[in-house]
Ligand binder design. Structure first.
Ligand SMILES: Cc1cc2nc3c(=O)[nH]c(=O)nc-3n(C[C@H](O)[C@H](O)[C@H](O)COP(=O)(O)OP(=O)(O)OC[C@H]3O[C@@H](n4cnc5c(N)ncnc54)[C@H](O)[C@@H]3O)c2cc1C
Length: 393
């Protein structure tokens, strides 16, 4: 059977894309390797503009976060309280979230094919016309005018497309995340970040008993450190012991996974009959490692771009380049480029600049606001932000 669009990967990027195109009345095949797979993730959504994309989430009655605590490696602390609004940050359970957004896509008309692992394209007259998948009952083929690659960090199709090479350790973050359950002293309405010389750690309470805990290393630190060891060290730290004092928490889930860390791969976003979205195209914020929002926005824009291409019956790279030109995508690309420069600066000299930033923010209200806006809300700081830090001893 021929589809208008094949979307490979039913995570945040793929499900949103499939939903948008199906709603417009076009046939979409949404291909997923395993709907029971839990994406290794902190589940933190610092800006819950997410409700704009998924009003259905309101039904879950997620805890609205109202405080944030950030610690530097040398124990300076920044606290922040959010004004109470509908858009307060939330923490989501990825299995629950991913299944909810997949169902939204299916309700919109997308055909979901579970237990299908996409591994290559099908070509006709040297033109990409579909994909091949491996399923428990053998190989399957799907044909379409447009293929949207939304199958994440380890996408086989992104690599096979020739648009980009394989990631190296210097392009990525490597994170370990666990969901634990048990008595703790965490504020369930809070989120906690611990910046380190190698990256950062987090504790995100999900409810009174359950919390998501993790560590992530970046770039050359991936080669210097073992994230498993760092995670275990973090768990033993004094600051953490005060918050989660037991040692026998029930482990609900644990995983290690990489994430793109250099920003959007601008040269690898589209080709004839092809668009790359979400992690597959690097839509992850270099400072916070936040990628759910970028995945949803890129999925939505890829959906809108595909609809226009279908309507004018032009699936060439020239037609699909509208994806990259969309204001929401341009905004993300600009912001992430900027953030990338910042991240390099933060981690210079084993994170010395990060320590300085926290110390300065403790004593300066305006600077503190700038730090919170940059780190948490992904906003662009004032022009003299770095020069102020450089000139402070
Ligand atoms: C440790 C860690 C912590 C993180 N914490 C946060 C956080 O707190 N907040 C935040 O916003 N972001 C976080 N991120 C990033 C976030 O998880 C991703 O950026 C986001 O999930 C990307 O969405 P996506 O749809 O592009 O890809 P994914 O969420 O990876 O979805 C890809 C989908 O494709 C499927 N798939 C994969 N391969 C194939 C295949 N060959 N064939 C068919 N289907 C396939 C997968 O099963 C999956 O359903 C974190 C990442 C890591 C690694």
């Amino acid at each position: 059977m021929k589809y208008e669009v094949i979307v490979s990967g039913a995570g945040p990027a793929g499900s949103k894309c499939a939903e948008v195109i199906s709603k417009a009345g076009y046939k979409v095949a949404l291909i997923e390797k395993d709907t029971m797979w839990i994406k290794p993730c902190g589940g933190g959504l610092p800006r819950s503009s997410i409700y704009r994309y998924y009003p259905q989430l309101r039904k879950l009655n997620l805890i609205k976060k109202n405080t944030l605590a950030m610690f530097s490696a040398d124990d300076h602390k920044l606290e922040y309280s959010y004004e109470d609004s509908e858009d307060n940050p939330i923490v989501i359970d990825r299995l629950e979230f991913d299944n909810l957004i997949r169902n939204v896509a299916v309700d919109a008309g997308a055909e979901l094919f579970d237990k299908n692992v996409s591994y290559d394209f099908i070509y006709k007259d040297r033109k990409r016309v579909g994909i091949k998948t491996i399923t428990p009952s053998g190989t399957k083929t799907y044909l379409a005018n447009i293929i949207v690659v939304a199958d994440g960090m380890s996408s086989k199709l992104a690599h096979k497309s020739g648009l980009r090479g394989k990631w190296t350790a210097l392009d990525i973050g490597i994170g370990k995340a666990q969901i634990l359950e048990g008595q703790n002293n965490l504020n369930e309405k809070g989120t906690y970040f611990f910046f380190k010389k190698y990256g950062y750690c987090w504790v995100f309470p999900i409810d009174k008993q359950k919390f998501n805990l993790g560590s992530i290393t970046y770039y050359e630190n991936n080669l210097k450190y073992n994230v498993n060891d760092l995670f275990n060290e973090f768990f033993k730290e004094l600051q953490i012991r005060k918050l989660i004092s037991n040692i026998d928490y029930k482990m609900i889930w644990s995983a290690i996974f990489p994430e793109p860390a250099t920003g959007v791969l601008e040269k690898s976003m589209f080709d004839d009959n092809l668009i790359l979205v979400g992690d597959a195209a690097g839509f992850v914020a270099p400072i916070s490692g936040e990628g759910i929002h970028g995945a949803i926005v890129s999925g939505q824009v890829a959906g809108e771009t595909s609809i226009k291409a279908i309507e004018r019956e032009d699936f060439s790279a020239d037609s699909l380049k509208e994806f990259k030109k969309h204001p929401n995508i341009k905004k993300i690309i600009r912001l992430f480029k900027f953030q990338r420069k910042f991240v390099n600066f933060f981690y210079e000299n084993e994170g010395e600049n990060l320590n300085k930033i926290f110390k300065m923010a403790e004593n300066n209200k305006e600077f503190k606001e700038n730090v919170i806006n940059t780190f948490i809300f992904g906003r662009t700081p004032p022009k003299d932000f770095i020069s102020k830090i450089k000139s402070t001893h």
